[in-house]
Design a protein around this ligand. Structure first.
Ligand code: HEM
Length: 512
């Protein structure tokens, strides 16, 4: 009897091994891993995109990882990403299950939810409030915030990173909730929203909690008293949701009082009919947009220090088109192709999210002879695509806005499948960044102001040697920003302060 059980178990085991080997032979190639843990221990703890870039060169445009039981693919070329995430968007637009993140947000932060009906409704509403056309309604906010940013840099240039954080947060609050500019980043509401945001972003980083791993998903069903992660997330949700919903409730009061609101929240409340959904749509937009712009501005300053020729050419254009006696504005947009190319190049050179946000395949699929099982998680290595020398030439590692311009200095037509952006930093398919028009406009006006007003150069050490930052060193999370660095930001002429002060008085009023 024992013998029969033993033989049956041995046959079952052998069949399972054959099944696993057969499945593995149909999956894309990739580094071989350990039993059970798969490739988990091979994942780098920092700059994952560089290791993935190396693996793409070794294994090809699509490679496979088993992350503790989770089927995962990484796409390393523009063709593979566009073929799957754009051309098969119907089945590649889902998101993985973020257990803790969904508890933190009550499942309402739609940038992270499954591609379900709620996501469709929220995305449609966001698209209307942030489309290329509607984004023009926010120009005034963006110009005002740029004035405040350069004014603060005049008096306190060393804290440039803090000013970028402030401008990004304050601008988000103006556009989304119609707030007046917030000059102090210690404002309690800002602190609270940013706190919420940080918790969300941490919980989205793969491996932050055991329950996120495939083999440990059963932990979801443990009673609450056994799960510190559940207690933590539910407690935060009950606290944060009151504050976050309150922000939109205030906008609703203004609408009820007959005060016109052109803010994103105002539009969503008028179009959605549900305060709860509109409030969480606004929160999701705020959370997705506020970190990224500040990070891109910090990378921009590094680029200006490391590539002074690009700075010189941009300033030449500003001097020619705008001149020294007024600040740039959105009417100059058409006439400042080098500044627009600089925006594209900063997003290409250092995308705020080098691995984007993961998508999930929601049915079995085949590609290039490989089998891709349902529920596979798909990463695009945006870094690899943006640094592809076949698309961008031998100097793809370098910052060079000129690559986007033709011989007459006009913007070239864009690279295929980049939706006129010229880079891949806004993601793919039905999940492409819905805030990209607002982001492009903010970067355009902030960069135009910064280069119109200031020379940005490296600090010099006691031996007279410039202290150049290392552009591969970064602080990592889901988004990356440079490790804090020093630089000198000085007005380009004696007229700069006067022009800024005058603009500030006109825009914000006396005594501002
Ligand atoms: C320079 C700045 C920005 C960069 C580099 C960026 C990048 C991205 C990326 C890579 C994604 C994921 C796309 C995908 O899954 O394939 C995304 C999604 C998203 N972004 Fe942005 N973003 C930026 C600014 C903004 C701004 C300013 C807003 C809001 C005003 C915003 C709102 C969103 C939202 C709501 C999503 C989720 C879309 C969805 O899941 O359907 N982003 N962004």
């Amino acid at each position: 009897m024992l013998n029969t059980v033993f033989v049956a178990l041995a046959i079952l085991f052998t069949l399972q091994v054959f099944k696993a080997l057969h499945l593995r032979s149909r999956l894309p190639p990739g580094p071989s891993g350990l039993p059970i843990l798969g490739n988990l221990l091979q994942l780098p703890t920092s700059r994952t995109w560089l290791t993935f870039d190396k693996w793409s060169k070794q294994y090809g445009p699509i490679f496979y990882l088993n992350i503790a039981g989770q089927n995962t693919i990484v796409l390393g070329t523009h063709k593979a990403a566009a073929d799957l995430l754009d051309r098969r968007a119907n089945i590649y637009s889902d998101r993985p299950d973020f257990v803790v993140l969904n508890l933190l947000t009550g499942g309402m932060h739609w940038a992270w939810t499954h591609a379900d009906d709620l996501w469709k409704r929220q995305r449609r509403g966001a698209h209307e409030a942030l489309s290329a056309q509607t984004a023009k309604e926010y120009f005034a906010y963006q110009e005002t915030e740029s004035i405040i940013m350069v004014d603060q840099l005049l008096t306190d240039p060393k804290n440039f990173l803090a000013h970028f954080q402030r401008v990004s947060t304050s601008l988000s609050l103006s556009i989304i909730y119609g707030w007046a500019p917030v000059l102090d980043s210690d404002h309690p509401t800002i602190q609270q929203i940013d706190h919420f945001n940080r918790h969300v972003l941490v919980s989205a980083v793969p491996g932050s909690f055991w329950v996120e791993f495939e083999y440990f998903k059963w932990m979801k069903y443990l009673p609450k008293w056994m799960c510190s992660w559940r207690q933590y997330a539910e407690k935060r949700y009950s606290r944060d949701s009151v504050m976050l919903e309150g922000l939109s409730a205030n906008v609703q009061k203004q609408i009820d009082a007959g005060e016109e609101t052109t803010s994103v929240a105002g539009k969503l409340l008028q179009n959605t009919g549900s305060l709860f959904e509109a409030a969480w749509n606004s929160t999701s937009i705020y959370a997705a947009g506020s970190e990224t712009t500040a990070a891109q501005l910090a990378w921009f300053i590094q680029a200006m220090i490391l590539y002074p020729e690009a700075q010189r050419l941009a300033q030449e254009e500003l001097d020619r088109v705008v001149g020294p006696y007024r600040l740039p504005n959105f009417d100059d947009h058409e006439h400042l192709p080098f500044i627009r190319a600089t925006v594209k190049e900063i997003l290409r050179w250092r995308a705020a999210a080098p691995l984007g946000v993961p998508h999930r395949l929601n049915q079995d699929d085949h590609y290039e002879g490989y089998f891709l099982p349902k529920d596979t998680i798909c990463f695009v290595n945006i870094w690899s695509l943006n640094h592809d020398s076949e698309l961008y030439g031998h100097d793809a590692e370098h910052f060079n806005p000129g690559r986007f311009l033709d011989a007459d200095g006009k913007l070239k037509s864009s690279i295929e499948d980049t939706r006129d952006e010229g880079h891949f930093s806004y993601g793919f398919g039905k999940r492409i960044c819905v805030g990209r028009h607002v982001a492009n406009n903010s970067l355009f006006i902030h960069i135009a102001y910064l280069l119109w007003a200031f020379n940005i150069v490296a600090e010099v050490d006691s031996n007279g040697k410039p202290e150049l930052p290392d552009p591969l060193q970064c602080i990592e999370g889901l988004t990356i920003r440079p490790v804090p660095f020093h630089c000198n930001i000085t007005p380009r002429s004696k007229d700069v302060a006067e022009v800024i002060t005058q603009a500030k008085v006109e825009r914000i009023g006396e005594g501002s």
